[in-house]
Design a protein around this ligand. Structure first.
Ligand SMILES: Nc1nc2c(ncn2[C@@H]2O[C@H](COP(=O)(O)OP(=O)(O)OP(=O)(O)O)[C@@H](O)[C@H]2O)c(=O)[nH]1
Ligand SMILES: [Mg+2]
Length: 481
C-alpha cells in the first residue's frame, strides 16, 4: 500500500478527489470529496498518512496568505444561480467552496439554499459534500437533519449507491438518538416532527428493497413519536406498503395507527380498499340455501332493515354503486354475493349483503321468509368467517336486535361476531362512550366475552380500518409478501 506523508501547513488546502481515510498514529479521519481546509480538523499543522492511496488527493495547493475580499451574500447567490442556470453545477459548487476555503463565513440561509439547489439539480453528491464541509459539530443532531433528508430524497438510488448508504447511516444514527432523547423527554418538538418524516423515508427505503423486518422497525419508532403522527403520515405509509404489495406491512400500519390514536379520513378509506381489493364483482342474489354459490371464505353483513348494511359494504370496498342502498327499509331482498379478487386464487373471498330483519316495507310473509333464510344461513354456512352485525348508533340496540342476539347466542358463529355501529355521524355523544356502552349492553345480553365494537360512518366515510383488522386472518391466510 502506498503511504504518502502530507504536511498540513496552516495556509494549505487540498482537494480530495474521492472519499478518503487518513490515518495518523492516534486518529483515523474520514474525508469527503471536496476541498479540505486547514480548519477541517481543527489542527493547523499535522502529519497524516494516506493509507488508502487509490482514492487519492487530486492536488494540493497553497492558499495565498492574502485573503480575497468576501463576496456579499447577494452577489454570491446571484453568481451561484447564474452558474446553475447555465447547467454549470460543478462550477457553482466550486464557487461556494472557494468562498468557504478562503475563510469566509457562509450564511446559514444561503448554505441551505445552495445545498438544496445543488441536490435538486441532480447533484446530490455535491449537495452532500457541501453539507459535510459546512456543517458544525453540533449540527450532527440538530435540525440539519431536514437538510440531510432533502439531499437523501434527491439521491439517484441507482447511480449513487455509496452516497445513499452514507446518508442512510447518518439518518439511522440520528433517528435512534432522537427516539432515545424523546424517551428521556429531552428533545424539542420541531426535531420530533422531522424524525417522523425520516422514519417514513427509511420505512419506504427498506420495504422497497424487500427488507420488511427492517422497514417495520421504523414503523415501531413512530409509535414512540405518536403525538407527531398525523393522518397524512399514515396515508403516506399506506401508499408505501400498498405499492410494495406488503399486506403485513399494511396491517402493521393499521395497528400502529390504532395505537397512536390517529384519525382516518376518506383518503385512508380509499387507500385501504385499493390495497386489499384488486377487483370486485356481483355474483348472485340467492333466495334459498340451495342457490348459494360454491363455498369460499365469506364475510356477511347482517342487521335490521335500513341500518346501513349495503352502505357499509360499499364503504369497505370504496365503491359506492356496487350494493344498492335506499332510504326505504327492505331494499336488499336476497343474499347478495360479491366476489373480491376473483382472479387471485389465494386471495379471493365473498362479501354477502343480507336482507334486513325487523321492519321493512314488504308483506309479513316475505319478512318471515327472510328471517328463516337468515337463520338457516347463519346456522349452516360453514365457510362464514366473519359476521358483521350492524347496530344503528343513533338508536342503540333495538328490540329486533335483541331477538336477533338471543338467536345468535344459540349458534356457533359467536367467535366470528363483530358488532358494527353505523350512522355515528348522527350520534352526538363521544365515540368511546358509545362504544363502551354498547359493549356493556352486549355483555348483559349474554355474550360470554367482551365483543369488539367498531364505530363507523358511511356518510363521513370512516371506520373501515377496523373492519379490515377484523378481516386480517382471512386476508393474510396465504398471503405471500
Ligand atoms: N347519516 C348516515 N346515513 C347512513 C349511514 N349508513 C347508511 N345510511 C343511510 O341509511 C339508509 C339505508 O342504507 P342501506 O345501506 O340501504 O341500509 P340497509 O341496511 O342495506 O337496508 P336494507 O337493504 O333495506 O335492509 C340510506 O339512506 C343510507 O344513505 C351512515 O353512516 N350515516
Ligand atoms: Mg341493503
Amino acid at each position: 500500500m502506498a503511504v504518502v506523508r502530507i504536511l498540513f501547513r496552516p495556509e494549505m488546502i487540498c482537494f480530495v478527489w474521492k472519499p478518503l481515510v487518513w490515518q495518523s498514529s492516534s486518529r483515523k479521519l474520514h474525508f469527503h470529496r471536496g476541498f479540505v481546509h486547514k480548519k477541517y480538523n481543527g489542527r493547523s499543522a499535522s502529519s497524516w498518512s494516506v493509507t488508502d492511496f487509490k482514492y487519492s488527493v487530486k492536488f494540493l495547493c497553497t492558499t495565498s496568505t492574502q485573503q480575497p475580499p468576501p463576496e456579499t451574500k447577494e452577489r454570491l447567490e446571484q453568481r451561484f444561480l447564474e452558474l446553475l442556470k447555465q447547467k454549470a453545477t460543478r462550477k457553482a459548487y466550486d464557487l461556494v467552496l472557494n468562498h468557504i476555503s478562503s475563510g469566509h463565513e457562509l450564511e446559514e440561509q444561503s448554505r441551505r439554499r445552495f445545498i438544496k439547489k445543488l441536490s435538486s439539480a441532480g447533484r446530490a453528491d455535491l449537495g452532500h459534500a457541501l453539507y459535510e464541509i459546512s456543517r458544525s459539530e453540533k449540527d450532527l443532531s440538530s435540525s440539519d437533519s431536514t437538510l440531510l433528508l432533502s439531499i437523501w430524497k434527491s439521491v439517484d438510488s441507482q447511480k449513487q449507491k455509496t452516497l445513499m448508504e452514507k446518508i442512510l447511516n447518518d439518518l439511522e444514527d440520528w433517528i435512534h438518538i432522537t427516539v432515545k432523547e424523546k424517551s428521556n423527554n429531552s428533545v424539542d418538538n420541531s426535531k420530533l416532527s422531522i424524525a417522523v418524516q425520516v422514519c417514513v423515508e427509511l420505512a419506504n427505503y427498506y420495504v422497497q428493497r424487500g427488507d420488511l423486518a427492517q422497514s417495520l422497525t421504523y414503523v415501531r419508532c413512530l409509535e414512540q413519536l405518536k403525538e407527531y403522527v398525523s393522518t397524512a403520515v399514515v396515508n403516506k405509509l399506506l401508499t408505501v406498503y400498498s405499492k410494495a404489495k406488503s399486506l403485513e406491512g399494511l396491517y402493521a400500519i393499521i395497528e400502529m395507527k390504532k395505537r397512536c390514536s390517529v384519525a382516518s379520513d376518506s383518503d385512508t378509506n380509499t387507500l385501504l380498499a385499493g390495497a386489499f381489493i384488486k377487483e370486485i364483482h356481483f355474483v348472485t342474489g340467492a333466495v334459498s340455501m340451495e342457490t348459494l354459490p360454491k363455498p369460499l371464505p365469506e364475510v356477511a353483513f347482517v342487521g335490521k332493515s335500513n341500518v346501513g348494511k349495503s352502505s357499509l359494504l360499499n364503504l369497505l370496498v370504496n365503491n359506492y354503486s356496487i350494493a344498492y342502498t335506499s332510504k326505504t327499509p327492505g331494499k336488499t331482498q336476497q343474499l347478495n354475493y360479491f366476489i373480491v379478487n376473483r382472479s387471485q386464487e389465494d386471495k379471493k373471498f365473498f362479501l354477502v349483503d343480507l336482507p334486513g330483519y325487523g321492519y321493512a316495507r314488504v308483506s309479513k310473509e316475505t319478512r318471515d321468509k327472510w328471517v328463516d333464510l337468515i337463520r338457516d344461513y347463519l346456522e349452516q354456512r360453514k365457510c362464514l368467517q366473519v359476521l358483521f352485525h350492524l347496530i344503528d348508533a343513533s338508536q342503540g340496540i333495538s328490540q329486533e336486535d335483541r331477538y336477533f342476539i338471543e338467536f345468535l347466542l344459540t349458534t356457533h358463529v359467536l367467535e366470528r361476531y363483530y358488532a358494527v355501529l353505523t350512522k355515528m355521524d348522527k350520534c352526538n355523544k363521544p365515540k368511546d362512550m358509545v362504544v363502551q356502552s354498547i359493549k356493556s349492553e352486549l355483555l348483559t345480553l349474554g355474550f360470554p366475552f367482551e365483543v369488539m365494537v367498531i364505530p363507523t360512518s358511511f356518510k363521513q366515510r370512516w371506520g373501515s380500518e377496523d373492519l379490515w383488522l377484523a378481516l386480517k386472518p382471512l386476508i393474510l391466510r396465504n398471503s405471500a409478501i
